[in-house]
Design a binder for this molecule. Structure first.
Ligand SMILES: Cc1cc2nc3c(=O)[nH]c(=O)nc-3n(C[C@H](O)[C@H](O)[C@H](O)COP(=O)(O)OP(=O)(O)OC[C@H]3O[C@@H](n4cnc5c(N)ncnc54)[C@H](O)[C@@H]3O)c2cc1C
Length: 406
């Protein structure tokens, strides 16, 4: 059964660039647009910024480096990490941090430290909000993007649902930072699901009642491709996997995670009476759901390979050594000339997705997508050299040599 609706949707806002989704990728994209001098709006369905990194309780900012002493990811990726340092650092200790701050020191390498920190997700969300506000980004919370008005190969407006009903936001270009490629799918671009699906995760914040606290990690990610070849598997919380793109299934995921958390808190409390849940995730913890099928799939085969349209570099959080250029072609597809993907929904092979989905990589793709969106509403005619020059002027290495990797 279907219901036929006749809709007259008011255009309530216009801007140069609309960023949909306020996770790490959306924050980076919006900041990047604002710094390019364009008028930018950021819409977010929740009432806080950070996405999985905050509301999803995944508060580990993984390394910016290649694990061999070279910083691969720079620019906003580094800035967002540093944002957490003054007031909200949970790990490492201050002493370890001093080592981190001298990343090329032999001492640091000998200790095996990489640029990784754990941060307080709630303060971090507020800090990101302040940063965006001060940068001139217009924020709209509690708004779900639920449609795209498209003309030929161009998106013209995103249709939204908020507390005050349905409305449209018009823009010259768009960044899809929803994590699930919602905008691209709604606009009719080619997208793909993660074929294996996600295992259940139930990370939550706890306190021991003695002043110590942390994040309880339940549901670690799958073994890496390499580990799986060696026969390594990871124990799962439930014997089921989830695509993560339907309301019905995500409701089940949420209830299953709640059940796991509740059970775990009671079990821990039986051992230590002061133990309690301090916070639970308020969005589902899905790692890889839906992505863009763009002009180029990032692939592990490109390890240490310079790419002509590189817009940034990322390392591998899984192991020391690998480094990858992020090509602009992985951020957009053939069907839409003014919509870019950023974050965990960029174009990548299934194996590489595990590396492009993490926080530093999301910041890298967010910054590049935002700058490209600020520069053009027709990606076919974008001067890639000019984009690269602007990224380099922001201190972002685009080749292995520029990062000192070769
Ligand atoms: C269990 C788990 C553990 C992880 N561990 C780590 C880790 O230790 N370190 C690490 O670096 N990474 C980790 N990751 C990965 C990482 O946290 C995320 O992939 C990354 O933060 C994604 O950022 P993003 O901005 O692309 O997407 P998201 O964080 O998913 O942000 C998307 C935002 O868009 C909003 N949104 C979605 N759809 C709409 C819509 N239609 N309209 C409006 N708003 C919308 C969402 O509310 C959200 O705020 C983990 C992920 C999971 C699930």
């Amino acid at each position: 059964m279907t219901i036929l609706e006749e809709l007259h949707t008011p255009v309530r806002h216009t801007c140069d660039v609309l960023v949909a989704g306020g996770g790490i990728a959306g924050i980076s994209a919006a900041l990047s647009v604002a710094r390019a001098g364009a008028d930018v709006m950021l819409l977010e369905r929740e009432y806080m910024l950070g996405g999985l990194a905050t509301a999803g309780m995944v508060n580990i900012y993984l390394p910016l480096d290649d694990g061999m002493g070279h910083q691969a990811s720079c620019g906003i990726a580094e800035e967002l990490l540093r944002l957490a340092l003054p007031d909200m650092l949970l790990r490492p200790s201050r002493e370890e941090l001093d080592l981190w701050l001298s990343p090329h020191s032999a001492q640091e390498r000998a200790k095996g430290l990489r640029y990784r920190i754990d941060f307080n997700p709630w303060l971090y969300a507020i800090a990101c909000e302040r940063l965006l506000r001060e940068s001139g980004v217009r924020l709209l919370y509690g708004v779900m993007a639920c449609g795209v008005h498209r003309e030929d190969a161009w998106a013209d407006a995103v249709i939204c649902e908020g507390k005050d009903g349905r409305f449209a936001i018009r823009a010259d270009s768009f960044v899809d930072a929803t994590g699930d490629a919602d905008i691209l799918r709604l606009a009719g671009a080619d997208t793909a699901l993660y074929p294996q699906g996600n295992q259940l995760a139930a990370w939550y914040g706890f306190t021991n009642g003695d002043g110590t606290s942390g994040v309880k990690i339940m549901g670690v990610c799958d073994a890496s491709e390499e580990e799986q070849k060696e026969g390594k598997t990871v124990e799962q919380l439930v014997d089921r996997r989830f695509a993560g793109v339907s309301a019905q299934e995500l409701s089940e995921v949420t209830e299953l995670a709640h059940k796991q958390i509740y059970r775990d808190v009671l079990a821990q409390r039986a051992k230590a009476p002061g133990y309690d849940a301090a916070s639970i995730p308020v969005i589902p913890q899905m790692r890889m759901t839906r992505r863009l099928c763009g002009l180029y799939d990032m692939t592990k085969a490109d390890d240490h390979r310079d790419l002509p349209d590189s817009v940034g570099l990322i390392g591998s959080w899984r192991m020391r050594g690998p480094a990858f250029a992020v090509p602009l072609r992985s951020l957009y597809g053939a069907q839409l000339q003014n919509v870019l993907a950023a974050g965990r929904c960029i174009s990548t092979t299934d194996a590489m997705w595990d590396l492009t989905r993490v926080i530093p990589a999301c910041a890298v793709t967010g910054e590049a997508a935002g700058l490209a969106a600020a520069m053009t509403d027709d990606l076919r005619t974008l001067d890639v050299g000019a984009l690269q020059a602007k990224l380099r002027a922001r201190g972002i290495p685009l080749t292995m040599a520029e990062a000192g990797i070769i």
